[in-house]
Structure formats: structure tokens, C-alpha cells
Design a protein around this ligand. Structure first.
Ligand code: GLN
Length: 378
């Protein structure tokens, strides 16, 4: 037996959260809130359990939840998706991403991935025999250089992975990015995997450019969403994937033998909760306030923030504080100052280090205040 992933270690999210726990540091590393989800949502799940909805859900997910998602997609993005054939409920966004890759990518297939990249994409491609083709996002604003993308396409290119709002940089794709993507994907007959788990976390009045708004893109795309990220329930591991029926049929062939179906009472709870648009419409403002609070608290610190337009992450350069590598710096700040963060080099296969760390600001105001007080000492 030889390792399929010889160069892969333990994910940075586990490493930094464990280090935070070990040193009782304030954990602004792994992306999850330190506040609870809504009482209403918990009650809805409890009711479902009490009613006895405790056995297997249908393989694609509960019909009521898929129908509510289809209605949301219609009202938010003006797009009709078929709840029966084009939506599958998954145990989280990361699972949904893996399943899309496993569905389509085989030996030697090239997959375009932009770096910094969420840390599961490359191993997901490798474990399926694919070849990651890495394209840097142009530092410091992390935009996509579409001319560079064109130059990397070969006859073996099969898929391109996009992520907006972007983890870890907090950037968002613009209309012209989606147009470029549409053009290139059509020209070269590429599949698109669009990771949109932070879809509602977009700031400053800007609209989220979902692939769901672009019919010519959607017909070749898997679009991934997360309930965990938007409803503060990362521990429930709940998400979903939307794809046109011909792609979704193949996706379900893989999904049915990976986890078969997702836990039933949570699906009942979410189906009812999602019917009220207020539950997601307010999220952009809510997290924008967190971002703005964190930035104002850090104004006198010696960190330099990079623009965050969405997600719940804020990048900061620390070159005025130290010339250490970002991993060393993040570990030292956890141990000595008591604030855990994520070194952005973890999102590059070759460990490219721009001396930038990622803060998660999905935290109580008081947590952000305590963290900033410590960070201002650096
Ligand atoms: N998406 C989360 C983050 O970026 C972590 C998810 C995970 O821990 N696997 O922090």
C-alpha cells in the first residue's frame, strides 16, 4: 500500500484549533462562529425529532427542503432549478465539493485551481487521480488573470474551480469574471465547480454573482452551498449541491455510495427555517458589522488589512511586526499573545509566504474586542 496523498499532512484548521485549545488562546483561526445558532432553528429540529423523523432521509435529500431551496434560488437569483433532479442535500460543503470532483475527475484530468485555495481542493483532485493546475491569484488584490487562465488550458483540462466569496482572501468575483469564465468554459467545454458556501456574506451593498445567475455557465456547473456557514451550524455538517440534471444524475451515483443520505431531523428543521427570507437576507449586514468592528479595533495595531468584501475572513499583513514566516508567526502569536489565526501559506501547495495571516471575525463582539486588545500589543 502506498499513500495516495504522500505530501498531505493534517489540515491547518485542525492544527491551529488544537493549538488554540492547548494554549487557551482566542480562536480566530478555523472558520466557525463562537455564538449559537437561532433558538427557532433548534426548536424546529427538536420538533422534528419528537415527531419521530429519525430514520433515513431520501438519498437526494428531503423533498420539502429541496423545494424550499428551489424557491429561494428562484427569488434570489431568478433561476429555475428542478428540486427533484437538480438539487442534492449533502453532509456539508466540503463533502459536496469532493463528490463533484469524484464524479467527474479521473486519471490525468487537469483541474484549474486558483491559489490561495481552500485546502481540500488539491487533495480532492489528487486522490481521484487528477492533476491540479495551479494559477496564482494576483497579490495583493487576488483577482483572476484570465489571460493566464487561457494560457494554462490544454486538451486535458476538464474542470475549473472558482470560489466566491473567497476563502481565505474575502474577495468576490465580478460580473466580468463570470463572463470571462463563461466564454472560456464554453470554448474548451470545461466543467465548473463553484464553491459559494459564503453566498450571503457579501458586504457594502454589492450583489453576489452566483453561477446560478448565468444559465450558460450553470448548464456545465456544480454549485456548492453550506447551511453551516450561513446559519451558524458548522457542527451539523449540512450543505447542498445544485447542478443540471444530467450532471446531478452522475453526482448522485457517487453520493449514494458515499453517505447515502443526510440526517433527517436537521433537514426538516432547515426546510421550515429557510422559508423565511429574513433568515438569510440580514446575514450580509450582520457580518459586515463584524468586519467593520474588527477593522476599527485593529486600527492602532501594526497589522495592515487587505480588503475583505465577503466571507467571514479578514487577511492582515504583519510585515511591520516581524519578518518570521507566517506559520512561525501564527504559532508564536497563539502561544505568546493568545490569539490563533491561519497562516495563508497553508493555502498554497508550494507554501508561498506573503507574510499574511487570516482572521475569522464570525465571533461575538466581545471576543473580537479581547482579541484586538491582545493583538495591539504586537
Ligand atoms: N472552511 C473553514 C475554514 O476555512 C474550515 C473547514 C474545516 O475545518 N474543514 O476555516
Amino acid at each position: 500500500f502506498s499513500s495516495k496523498l504522500p505530501d498531505v499532512g493534517t489540515t491547518i484548521f485542525s492544527v491551529m484549533s488544537a493549538l488554540a485549545a492547548q494554549h487557551q488562546a482566542i480562536n480566530l483561526s478555523q472558520g466557525f462562529p463562537d455564538f449559537d445558532t437561532s433558538e427557532e432553528l433548534k426548536d424546529l429540529v427538536n420538533v422534528a425529532m419528537q415527531k419521530g423523523f429519525n430514520q433515513y432521509a431520501p438519498m437526494p435529500g428531503l423533498a420539502a427542503l429541496r423545494e424550499t431551496i428551489a424557491a429561494k434560488v428562484q427569488s434570489l437569483y431568478g433561476t429555475t432549478v428542478d428540486a427533484d433532479t437538480e438539487i442534492t442535500i449533502t453532509p456539508g460543503g466540503t463533502y459536496a465539493i469532493f463528490t463533484a470532483i469524484a464524479t467527474c475527475i479521473g486519471m490525468g484530468d487537469e483541474v484549474i485551481i486558483f491559489e490561495p485555495a481552500y485546502d481540500s481542493y488539491i487533495p480532492n483532485v489528487l486522490v481521484n487521480g487528477g492533476v491540479p493546475v495551479l494559477i496564482p491569484l494576483a497579490y495583493p488584490d487576488y483577482h483572476i488573470d484570465w489571460a493566464l487562465v487561457k494560457s494554462k488550458i490544454t486538451t486535458r483540462t476538464k474542470m475549473i474551480i472558482i470560489n466566491s466569496p473567497h476563502n481565505p482572501t474575502g474577495t468576490i468575483l465580478k460580473v466580468r469574471d463570470l463572463q470571462q469564465l463563461e466564454h472560456i468554459a464554453e470554448l474548451h467545454n470545461l466543467l465548473v465547480l463553484s464553491d459559494e458556501v459564503y453566498e450571503h456574506l457579501v458586504f457594502d451593498g454589492v450583489r453576489h454573482e452566483s453561477v446560478l445567475r448565468y444559465p450558460n455557465l450553470l448548464k456545465r456547473s456544480f454549485v456548492v452551498f453550506s447551511f453551516g456557514k450561513v446559519f451558524h451550524i458548522t457542527g451539523w455538517k449540512m450543505g447542498y449541491c445544485i447542478a443540471p440534471a444530467h450532471l446531478m444524475a452522475e453526482y448522485r451515483k457517487v453520493h449514494q455510495y458515499l453517505c447515502f443520505s443526510v440526517n433527517t431531523p436537521m433537514q426538516h428543521g432547515l426546510a421550515a427555517f429557510l422559508q423565511n427570507p429574513a433568515h438569510y437576507e440580514a446575514l450580509g449586514r450582520f457580518f459586515q458589522q463584524k468586519r467593520d468592528l474588527f477593522l476599527s479595533l485593529m486600527q492602532d495595531a501594526r497589522f495592515t488589512p487587505l480588503p475583505s468584501q465577503g466571507s467571514y475572513f479578514q487577511l492582515m499583513k504583519y510585515d511591520q511586526i516581524s519578518d518570521e514566516g507566517d506559520k512561525d508567526f501564527a504559532v508564536r502569536v497563539t502561544q505568546e499573545i493568545g490569539v490563533a489565526t491561519i497562516p495563508v501559506s497553508a493555502f498554497y501547495q508550494d507554501g508561498k509566504d506573503d507574510h499574511v495571516i487570516r482572521f475569522c471575525f464570525a465571533k461575538k463582539d466581545n471576543t473580537l474586542e479581547r482579541a484586538a486588545e491582545r493583538l495591539r500589543k504586537l
